[in-house]
Design a binder for this molecule. Structure first.
Ligand SMILES: [Zn+2]
Length: 448
């Protein structure tokens, strides 16, 4: 593999152990890993096959999205009104999602990853609302992004319209996915995904914990997203022995104080999705974040789906969290921008059990990095790069994205994808699925 030298970088936000911010820095990449990083003077004589001029650029670690539904959101974006109440909203989502064919899931996933990559996400977790896991893996592989994949199962009757699978069959299929896409794959790894404690039996939850240990994998589940689940769902996960370092709780907004202590004491991880949580869980949703961080809980961020969050841009998600937190506290932001950036990078990497590979820029880590052009109105004047990144920029200022030293976005475009062709295809898919199901968009003004 060709070596790369990015030299004379105006700013490097490393997120390394010392949280160094380097002025006039250089990064050397060999065999997909960072072999050198520091001030440019240290690397004047270093040679490389590819040399990139870093003047006027800011380099940061690739973002880690801990909850990004890929396979259906872009095909149904805007199709269900934002005002549809829970659980009817979810029933409509599941009806659309469950009727998608493998080829439709493949193209929709490809477009979701395209949006994520352009906005700087280099690692993600896909939470498993998919019919054909192979289609998702095929799209992940085609783009080069790092992904945790799996398939969500519910083995109990439920009010949200999630398909019910017999317990033994859910375990059998999960085991098969773990075996097919286990930890030895290059950029794809499989996790166990019971959809929610509300619709999964104790037997399934216990088996999930056992499978996670046996396959050196982990579990993610949706929980405590509604006020009525406070004190119930996370407590139940604890009773089933499913909490711990191998559990990532998706949007546990209404965890009560006792459950927060349980999460902290078991070293369970959590992911907060600022945009979709604000939309669907009501005011004050972000209030749980400082409570978790204060207890030392690892909290990553997620952009959820194109149908619930409406965008897959981690910078917009980080900015929203920063603003919401300021609003909740009615004053100084808690968490502040530097902590929010940690959530989108190093904390996310820890939540996905990838902290030894990605999430920060230091020698030996994978060269998953973003190059921003700072000679733009968004970034000027530039004195505090962390604040400017979170509060002033967005994904459009990302010029280049590298994963394991390979350029996957160049001049703002995903190198492996014909974007306009793909967008046309996904529009057709959305219209086709909506047509099959007899769904029309709601909530617009009358046409006449
Ligand atoms: Zn989800």
């Amino acid at each position: 593999m060709l070596s790369t030298k990015i030299e004379g970088i105006s700013w490097i936000i490393t997120l390394d152990r010392d949280r160094r911010i380097i002025r006039d820095g250089t990064i050397i990449i060999e065999d997909g890993k960072i072999s050198g990083i520091g001030v440019s003077d240290e690397f004047r004589s270093a040679k490389a096959d590819i040399v990139i001029n870093g003047k006027g650029k800011l380099v940061a670690p690739g973002f880690v999205d801990c909850h990004a539904h890929l396979s259906y959101g872009h095909s149904m974006r805007g199709l269900i009104s934002d005002t549809t109440p829970h659980p009817e909203y979810l029933r409509r989502v599941f009806r659309f999602q469950s009727s998608m064919k493998p080829e439709e899931e493949y193209h929709t996933t490809l477009l979701a990853i395209t949006e994520l990559l352009k906005n700087g996400c280099t690692s993600l977790l896909e939470p498993g609302l998919v019919n054909d896991v192979n289609s998702v893996v095929k799209a992940v592989t085609a783009t080069g992004i790092r992904a945790v994949i799996g398939r969500s199962f519910a083995d109990m009757e439920n009010s949200i319209g999630m398909h019910q699978t017999e317990t033994g069959e859910a375990i059998r299929q999960t085991r098969q996915i773990l075996t097919s896409y286990g930890r030895n794959r290059k950029r794809v790894r499989a996790w166990i995904m019971p959809f929610s404690p509300d619709c999964c039996s104790d037997e399934f939850l216990r088996s999930a914990a056992e499978l996670a240990e046996r396959h050196d994998a982990a579990i993610t589940t949706h929980c405590s997203r509604r006020r009525e689940s406070a004190g119930l769902q996370i407590t139940r996960l604890g009773s089933a022995g499913a909490l711990g370092e191998r559990m990532l709780l998706a949007h546990p907004i209404f965890a009560d104080d006792r459950e927060l202590e349980l999460i902290a004491s078991t070293h369970t991880r959590a992911v907060f999705c600022p945009s979709s949580s604000t939309k669907s869980s009501g005011p004050g949703a972000a209030g749980v974040v400082p409570k978790m961080l204060n207890r030392g809980i690892t909290v990553g961020l997620g952009s959820d789906s194109a149908s619930s969050s409406c965008h897959l841009d981690m910078i917009r998600s980080m900015h929203l969290l920063s603003m919401l937190s300021t609003d909740v506290r009615q004053g100084s932001p808690a968490p502040p921008p530097d902590r929010v950036l940690e959530m989108g990078t190093v904390f996310g990497a820890r939540a996905l059990r990838m902290e030894n590979e990605v999430g920060s820029l230091s020698t030996g880590k994978s060269a998953d990095l973003l190059i921003f052009n700072t000679v733009t109105p968004q970034w000027t004047a530039l004195f505090n790069p962390v604040s400017s990144l979170i509060n002033s920029s967005d994904g459009r200022s990302i010029e280049r994205v590298m994963i394991a030293g390979e350029t996957v976005v160049e001049n703002g475009h995903v190198t492996a994808i014909d974007e306009s062709e793909l967008c046309t295809k996904v529009q057709e898919i959305g219209e086709s699925v909506a047509g099959r199901l007899g769904i029309s968009p709601q909530g617009m003004w009358p046409e006449d």
